[in-house]
Design a protein around this ligand. Structure first.
Ligand code: ADP
Length: 359
């Protein structure tokens, strides 16, 4: 829908630099299963994070014939595997941004958290990159007519790089995918749900407990594909539609018990889908389960509203309102730290969305 043959340099081809910081996000209702091209088979909704982010700078200059188009550095070191994926992504955008083939790129990126371990570096990484491309368009071709249109286009482009990346373009709560009866939602980009959210949920903490920082054995791309033959997928897609509608109400009225119920059930359902795929696989580790059991016990014995979710990986996102954070910190130190990889925790919280690095 954004195809535009006019976005091509007619005379001199410029050089320049742009950069964005963009956050990861953690889904409460999970996206798992897609069809072409990057259209989700069920809607999802997430918290945008604050401290788990990617910073990406893109330097561009005229490309000479046969020159390598993308050089990608991760944490200061060349990463050919990531670079090739980005090159393929740029090629796929040739009708939206025809100017990409006139340029060569040096991209430097760093993540504040381990990548490929289920903390959605694909979301922060691809949203940062999509924003850089939109900034290049804006600088040299005038870009979109409003800030809203700019971010909507960046969300659309981020989605093409990695589905859940389209939810990282806004702060607070963001949905993606058509929700029955909600006209503001779309399969093509993320929609900020901030207007409908009870303030308790906008100060939520997310202590990300690193059980295992290693690269997961089955990528999300393969996991999504396995949903096409999963015998439970049709029911799962229906369940997600109903869970997201329930959760949107819960978020509005501030019903903590229902929030916990839906959030934990969604996390376990996501992993149940992996276990019931063919071939089946597990991304949880023994210490993931040890922590989950401690959370159940702690909540039952204290009544403190703390719960967990999981992304497609073994690491626990411990979610709780700000007002119980001191009790939860003691719980983490006393009971959970022992199960962590090098006692590693990323103390995160709901964030405000991407920031331009103004280079
Ligand atoms: P994760 O749970 O971290 O999202 P995935 O396997 O789903 O794990 O995605 C990891 C992929 O995301 C990497 O292989 C790479 O292609 C991409 N990625 C990670 N970090 C960045 C970054 N900073 N810039 C661009 N792409 C990135």
């Amino acid at each position: 829908m954004y195809n535009n043959p006019n976005l091509i340099f007619e005379q001199s081809i410029p050089q320049g630099k742009t950069g964005w910081r963009s956050p990861s996000n953690i889904a409460l209702v999970k996206y798992w299963g897609k069809k072409a091209v990057q259209i989700p088979l069920n809607p999802s909704i997430s918290f945008t994070l604050s401290k788990s982010y990617t910073e990406t700078t893109v330097e561009y200059s005229p490309a000479a014939e046969g020159e390598s188009a993308v050089q990608f550095f991760l944490e200061g070191e060349i990463n050919e595997q990531f670079g090739e994926k980005i090159h393929a992504y740029f090629k796929g955008l040739d009708t939206i941004f025809p100017f990409l083939k006139q340029l060569k790129f040096t991209i430097r990126s760093s993540n504040t958290f381990p990548h490929s371990a289920g903390i959605a570096s694909s979301a922060s990484g691809m949203s940062a990159l999509a924003l850089c491309l939109c900034s290049i368009e804006q600088k040299h071709f005038g870009g979109m007519e409003s800030k809203e249109a700019f971010f909507q286009k960046a969300s659309y482009l981020a989605r093409l790089g990695s589905g859940s990346a389209c939810r990282s373009l806004y702060g607070g709560m963001v949905s993606w995918g058509k929700v029955d009866g909600r006209i503001e939602t779309s399969d093509l980009w993320g929609t900020q749900q901030i207007k409908n959210v009870h303030p308790d949920f906008l100060t939520f903490n997310d202590s990300i407990l690193i059980v295992d920082a290693a690269q997961k054995k089955v990528s999300s791309r393969i996991g999504h594909g396995l949903m096409n033959s999963n015998p439970f997928s049709a029911e799962r897609f229906k369940q997600a539609q109903s869970n997201i509608l329930r959760l949107m109400d819960v978020l509005k009225i501030g019903d903590m018990d229902e929030f916990i119920n839906i959030t934990e059930s969604e996390a376990l359902t996501l992993h149940a889908m992996m276990m019931t795929s063919n071939p089946y696989y597990l991304l949880m580790k023994p210490n993931t389960l040890n922590i989950i059991e401690r959370i159940f016990d702690f909540r039952e014995s204290t009544g403190i509203p703390v719960c967990f979710t999981l992304d497609a990986g073994p690491n626990i996102h411990l979610l709780y309102p700000e007002k119980v954070s001191s009790e939860v910190k003691v719980f983490i130190d006393d009971e959970l730290k022992t199960f962590l990889h090098q006692s590693r925790i990323i103390e995160d919280r709901v964030g405000n969305g991407p920031e331009n690095l103004n280079l």
